[in-house]
Design a binder for this molecule. Sequence first.
Ligand code: PRX
Length: 651
Amino acid sequence: MADRIVAPKSDIARVSHVSSFAQYERLYQAALTDPAQFWSECAQRVTWFHPFDCVTSQNFAKAEVAWFLGGKLNASFNCVDRHLATRGDQTAVLWVGDEPGTYRHISYRELHEQVCRLANVLRAYGVNKGDRVCIYLPMIPDAVYAMLACARIGAVHSVVFAGFSAQSLRDRIVDADCRVVLTANEGMRGGKTIPLKQTVDEAIANLPVHTVLVSQRTEAMVPMRVGRDRWLADEMPKQRAYCPVEWMDSEDALFVLYTSGSTGKPKGQLHTTGGYLVYAAYTHELVFDWRPGDIHFCAADVGWVTGHSYIVYGPLCNGATTVLFESTPLYPDASRYWQVIDDIQATIFYTAPTALRALLRFGDEPVKKYQRTSLRVLGSVGEPINPEVWQWYHDVVGDKRCAVVDTWWQTETGGILISALPGATPCKPGSATFPLPGVQPVLVDEQGKELLGNGVSGNLCLASSWPGQARTILNDHARFQQTYFAMYPGLYFTGDGCRRDEDGYYWITGRVDDVLNVAGHRLGTAEIESALVSHAYCAEAAVVGFPHELKGQGIYAYVIAGKSADGVSTADIVAALKQAVRKVISPIATPDRIQVVAGLPKTRSGKIMRRILRKIAEGNYGELGDITTLAEPAVVEQIVQGHQAAKWPTG
Ligand code: PRX
């Protein structure tokens, strides 16, 4: 059956930056024919203190790319100062607090003052250009000030999602060698308080962190260690409301952001200043069809790359009003997003399929209670969006009036690479559609042979660099080279599978490596396994994903109990192991299902056959394939029986 095609709306197209598919194709062709010219023009959207003299240099064999070489700029200047003359009184950050009805408008002028004061606080506590600063803050304006304050003085921020455990936070602080940490006494989310300062105290015990700057989000008193911990509210007023900006080289580091890979240790993706900022601004304008007056509501957290690129850097570089949403889609009820959208007259809304799936369960009524007439563009990110959910987003949330853009990208890519454009692209629900101008996707088979033409499926790679590409993994360039450039020489490998259909539309099919995408959160199976075996009840673990109605993928753990678990009930083992994962990583990594097994299917060389475990977790016992090569084929039967006996709900 032919896929349904949803044409761009004519009233959106009329005023869009890219207003027809033919125009998109022309742009795409222009970027392909003369990339240097295309990106050089694109780079003019940021203010350079000194122009670049070379657009790009790329060597995928060595995993070395650079953009806008010789150029000097500052991301904080671009996101704040340069708007003061024309937009000083416009709202830069519109903070939506956890409690319904809590709004705070921060103008560009105020943003400038706060960023400057905080930058001066950082300087006063010894932060210099190139130093790494850890930001473990909830969704409050201080988080935005902190990122831009770092950028202002050339410090490299490492934002850690405020849902990570003390252990995860500690690992990231150690890896980046941060000496200064910003946090809050507590966070507020969905009516609950989150003890952030306490987590920081635990995380930095015996580390050389000399300064902890604490925002006061709630009334709660927290222990403050004399000489180390300081309230931001005391420190900022002491500082000048002006701080000069550091002239950064285009290739100087802007931030590091940790993400999970197929091995245990999270990877610190390093992004640099010029290329990242140009790419965030370019994609924000094109994909969301941003124009002056828009209220841009990206519901992500600043702890993820989506928050970096589409709450902070892209929108603010373009002079937009960007929304900082502290709450959850379900607090106090399933109408929260739509109520906020009406209250603030948001024109652009960007969220993850997981949130939409959760809301869809409540039906149309919570949506229809609100007008949503301000909306024009609806975006989706983080995981494949099921065609039914896409359709609901379009028909119900967008009243068949709004453009829906499914945006594919990664922490490593810095910004969106494959997406529809609101006024130009006929959409197929469930497909991210086409690459942006300047982006060259390639599909390859297992042997690395390029799959040409349409109607093909393979591994998704990129044939050449784009400005937003991560430059390295902090402290581990060899791993960067190995992970992304070694598998298919001459190409960047994304880790995703993808189909290019008969009409050339791209359909992302999910990860092909040992990475899970759980409720839009990226988690390595190895990371979860190592958290499980950190508990004495677990001798060995193998983690795979399984289809989950709400989260897209759920986490299925097969564990072999350790000696210390002798005599302990299965229920207690399972509870203890879930708790261990919450503590070591974060509640977001808690396995949905844990099956205690006597053995794991291994090849004779000792490699765990995850393919088999995945099939069992899905309940596809008939598709286990050849198991005769296993060291002990009998374990498979036992595992199948255990899975059946557990009677997991389907779906
Ligand atoms: O598997 C893809 C999936 O999320 C991965 C990247 O995760 P992360 O680095 O955490 O960044 C998420 C936000 C950009 C990708 O390798 N992914 C992201 N967007 C989509 C997607 N899968 C399908 N469709 C998307 N639109």
